[in-house]
Each structure stands twice: as C-alpha cells, then as structure tokens.
Design a protein around this ligand. Structure first.
Ligand code: PLP
Length: 420
C-alpha cells in the first residue's frame, strides 16, 4: 500500500496505468444508472463500492445483533466485526492503535465531539483558531461550544488563490490559542492545507490541532502521525461506504483525558443514580447503539481502498482535474474559483457562470445526466470572502472518466449559449 500525504497528491512524472473499467465495475451504481450518468458530486457523497455494500447487506440480513452487550454467539460475532471495522479505519488513517478511533455518524458528529470535549477545558478569553475555508461542520460546533465557556473564535483568512493565508499565522497564534481546527481539503476549492505549518504553529504554543478530513480521506490512505494532529475527522459515505457512519481519530493520550460528549448506554463504567464513571476511550464517546452496519461498510471500503494503486489513481484524478480546469477556462463567462494550478489540490473545482444562477446551471446539466452541486456548499464564510453567494461544484472520484468531464463541459457550453 502506498501511504499518501497531502504533498503527494501532485502529478507524478510518469503516469502509471489504471484499470479504470475494472475500478468502475466495483461500484454497482454505474450498472444501475446506465451510460448517460456522469456523477460529479463526489464531494457531497461518494458512491458505495461493492465491498462496502456487501458488508452492509451481510450484516443486516445474515449477522445482525447489537454490539458490546450480548453474550451469545451472534452478538459476539457482531462485536468482533465492529471492532475489526474500527481496526480497518485505524489502519487507513495510519493510527497507532484501533482504540484511537471513535465510530461516529459522520464528520459532523465527529467535529461536534471534538468541539464540545475540547472546549470543556477552555476558559473565558481562550482562543480557537479556524479558517474562512471551513465547512459549517467545522464552524458551528465550535461556536456553540465556545459560547458556553466564553472562548473566542478567530479565523485564518484566505490568500489571493483562496488558500489559507498561512503567512498570517504569526499574527493569529498566541499563548491564548488553545485549539486550531482546519480543513485538510476545502470542499469548495479543493485546496489542500499545508498541515505542517499549522502543526508547527500549534506546537509552538501548546494548542491542540484538529483536522477535518472529510474531503481528503477519499483520495487515499492517510498518516495522522506524520501530520502531527491530535484529532482527525472523516465520513464513511464520502469514503465509498454507506451513509450513517464516520470516524474521529483522537490521539490515545488525549482521548483518555477528554470528557464524554453524549451520555447513555455503553459509554459507562458504573452508574449510580447520583453519578457515573465513564468507560475508557473510544467507548466513552460512543453512547447508545452505534451505526453498526454503516461502520462495517466503512471498514470494508477502507480496507478495499487501502489495497489500490494510489500513485496511479492520483495521476488519473489529477489528469481529469487538469482537463476540467482547462475546459472551464476555455468557456466564455465561466470562471473557476480557487487555486490556479494542480499542486496541493484535490480533484474538486468550483466555478461561477457569469449571469446564471448555480441552481439553473445544475438543472440544465442534470438534463444531460451530469450531477453537480450548486449553492454555498455549507461554506458561506468562504463564499462571502470571495464576494459570492454561491457556486457550482464538480468533484471527481477515482471512478470518473474523461467522458464525465467532457459531458460537463459540453453541457456548460450549452448553458452559456442559452442563458449567459
Ligand atoms: N467537512 C467537510 C469539508 C465537508 O465537505 C463535509 C460534507 O460535505 C463535512 C465536513 C460534513 O460531512 P458529513 O455531512 O458527512 O457529516
């Protein structure tokens, strides 16, 4: 397995060959939807791969029992399968131990755990540093949790290419900064964050470092230890698993220090009517019945992804991104937003069509079987910083082909002819 880092998502010199038909065949949706289906909304959700679908159906129809509580064989097997899924996610993340992975319902749930448990340690006036490029899932939980303790939220601004302006870190980070929480990859511009610089800034003042990996995780195995972060969040449905599960990696030493977020069954050591003592991590963060089937699907997807040739996939995804960017720039009235080049970016491009609302663009593209997303993509501060209300987003995954990009570009030419 080739373990990728952000900087490795750059075009390699020689593009290795990829069996694209074989890869696409691993995703049942393409057979079901037929040939006129160009799915370019992967940043919203990826399609489920066969391995994940099989794990989900197998559990729900042949092996279903609740986890962590039964003493009969079926329940014990379900618990073992659930813990195996945790271990598979841990391996995909490059975690030292499976117990560092909390199973959640998705990135949003994971970031809510992060915000509420970390903020419990803060005092009035302490600072949390976010960025203007964050998805609302990495803003709103911090606002809610910060308000409870009187902490202050600050934000890294954007540079001219809508990347995080890390030259501003020295002004923004001080001894008051207790948490830095940023996206690994913008869900609007595709820009990858230089986590190394942020890690240094966080370490210099002893701040905890949280990374929203929702958009980076589908583009190859990760190495949380090399990243030097303390918490990392991802969603299983974007990772070609089922909807309903995600994960939060918490560095082991830290996890044991943090208070629980949700309370309920399965996260306790002992309950009396007056008080409760809590189970060790990760169970203390997993109150109630977890999303067992989706977690198994996420584990199966991660294990399948980990065995792929990521050098070839990165080359393929970047070639498609290059084709997309060049095609967009060639259409009058179409303006891509975000980084100009291909360096340190994921295969995701947002753009505006002058004079046409993004929803109209998406609807016209849909008539050609092209699935894109129009709106603020849950990133209003980023759009506001760019002076925009909304944009259209095309996001590529490992199974996309040049035909998908071309169908989008032809559709856009038609939109411009008709409406712009
Ligand atoms: N963070 C980023 C960067 C995202 O793109 C998304 C979803 O699009 C989320 C968080 C929230 O993910 P979920 O809805 O799976 O919880």
């Amino acid at each position: 397995m080739s373990r990728a880092r952000a900087s490795e998502l750059a075009p390699p010199n020689a593009a290795p060959r990829l069996d694209l038909a074989g890869l696409k065949g691993e995703f049942p949706i393409f057979e079901a939807q037929g040939p006129r289906f160009h799915y370019l909304d992967n940043a919203a959700t990826g399609q489920i791969c066969r391995a994940a679908a099989a794990a989900l159906v197998d559990f729900e129809t042949r092996a279903r029992a609740n986890v962590k509580r039964g003493v009969y064989r079926l329940a014990d097997e379900a618990t073992q399968a659930f813990e195996e899924a945790r271990a598979r996610i841990a391996a995909y993340l490059g975690a030292r131990e499976a117990r560092e992975v909390v199973i959640t319902s998705g990135t949003t749930h994971a970031l809510n755990i992060a915000a509420h448990t970390l903020c419990a340690r803060l005092r009035p006036g302490d600072e949390i540093l976010l960025s203007l490029a964050e998805h609302h899932a990495n803003i709103v939980p911090w606002q809610l949790a910060a308000a409870r303790v009187g902490a202050v939220i600050r934000a890294i601004p954007l540079d001219a290419e809508a990347r995080l302006d890390l030259d501003r870190l020295t002004d923004l980070v001080s001894r008051k900064t207790k948490v830095i929480a940023v996206t690994h990859c913008s869900n609007v511009t595709g820009a990858l964050t230089d986590l190394g610089r942020i890690r240094e800034a966080a370490q210099a003042v002893g701040a905890l470092f949280v990374v929203d990996g929702a958009q980076r995780a589908p583009h190859g195995p990760l190495d949380v230890q090399a990243m030097g972060c303390d918490l990392y969040a991802l969603s299983g449905h974007k990772l070609f698993g089922a909807t309903g599960a995600g994960a939060l990696w918490i560095r082991a030493e830290l996890a044991e220090e943090l208070p629980p977020f949700l309370g309920g069954g399965e996260m306790i050591r002992r309950v009396t009517i007056e008080r409760t003592s809590f189970a060790p991590a990760p169970h203390r963060f997993e109150a109630g019945t977890p999303p067992i089937g989706p977690a198994l699907a996420m584990g199966a997807a991660a294990a399948w992804l980990a065995g792929l040739d990521w050098q070839a996939i990165h080359a393929h995804e970047l070639a498609l991104t290059e084709r997309l960017l060049a095609g967009l720039r060639a259409i009058r009235g179409v303006r891509p937003i975000g980084p100009e080049g291909l360096q340190a970016r994921a295969p995701l491009v947002s753009f505006v069509v002058e004079g046409v609302h993004p929803h109209d663009v998406c609807q016209l593209l849909d008539m050609r079987g092209v699935c894109t997303r129009g709106g603020h993509h849950c990133a209003q501060p980023l759009h506001e910083a760019l002076g925009l209300e909304a944009s259209v987003r095309a996001s590529i995954a490992l199974y996309n082909e040049a035909e998908d990009v071309d169908a989008l570009l032809e559709g856009l030419e038609d939109v411009v002819r008709r409406l712009a």
